[in-house]
Ligand binder design. Sequence first.
Ligand code: IPM
Ligand code: MN
Length: 355
Amino acid sequence: MTYKIAVIPGDGTGPEVVAEGLKVLQAVAGPAEIKFEFVTYDLGGERYKRTGEILPDSVLEELRGFRAIYLGAIGHPEVKPGILEKGLLLRLRFSLDQYINLRPVILYPGVETPLKDKGPEDINFVVVRENTEGLYAGAGGVLKYGTPDEVAVQESINTRKGVDRCLKFAFELTRRRNKAKKLTLVGKTNVLTFAFDLWERAFYEMARDYPDITTDYAHVDATCMWMVKNPEWFDVIVTDNMFGDIITDLGAIIQGGMGIAAGGNLNPEGVSMFEPIGGSAPKYTGLNIINPLAAIAAAQMMLDYLGEVKAAAAVEEAIKTVCARHLKSLQAGKMGYSTTEVGDLVARYAVDYYK
Ligand code: IPM
Ligand code: MN
């Protein structure tokens, strides 16, 4: 089996962490009896500064021909915020219709969490974030820009089809995960009475087809509180784009920080894209001190998504072992190992898994 993967290392520390992810993928490819064909794309802040190009249409068309995309980080200190995010990251998510943003929140043994008295048995859930609609759809506009009478409108778009396909994915995932079999809809039905009325109706209608799954609902503000106070209550969370964005940063910190948090932008019928969810961390660039585990975990999610379940398990176990036995901290510069050493360790344990 040969998988054609597009690689977008991107900005800042993106290339360094992607290199470690590729190292681990290449290491497991042998024992897993698979092959990868990686094609690297030079996209991001540097290219934009050099050529003014963000994501040429021709490149976007080429990307449609890959089995998956592996992305490092997007964001450059000399490029105005919003340009690369919208022009590259969001454009990829939207154009490739990656309608699910899947973000596991798992605390591995030996990893420090800021939550008092909580451990790996308490923090193990998945957030299913809708990834193509809501406030991110870019609907809205301005009137009388820059005047005292300025009006700014930003609309949340929620389509029945978009909500249904997201819910469907979440119900199916909850069933497959086979843990507490509980799916929590996170919204704001008490204030966003148009958008979340649609979500809520669609949710309970679909729940009838999943009698084995316990449904629950929580407002997004209360969810932030429960994620800190009782994270063990969650199994799978499904929510809209904006709320999903916000609560997954909270999720990242309770699982040990941006050094470990990974996500997948999924189009189950098309081309999916896997990325560490932290940013480009410009101040750590080139120092060989950034934590590559989030990027490696993104590669692991990609393996799982490709159906290479054993290889994914090998990488996950390797990440766990490295966290438990080696790293002093998950923070850049405090790991007790360099970026490349962490990649070496994970690669070695992942291969050992097959022995
Ligand atoms: C994320 C990021 C992006 C988002 C930004 C960079 C556009 O915060 O992946 O969570 O808001 O989705
Ligand atoms: Mn975010």
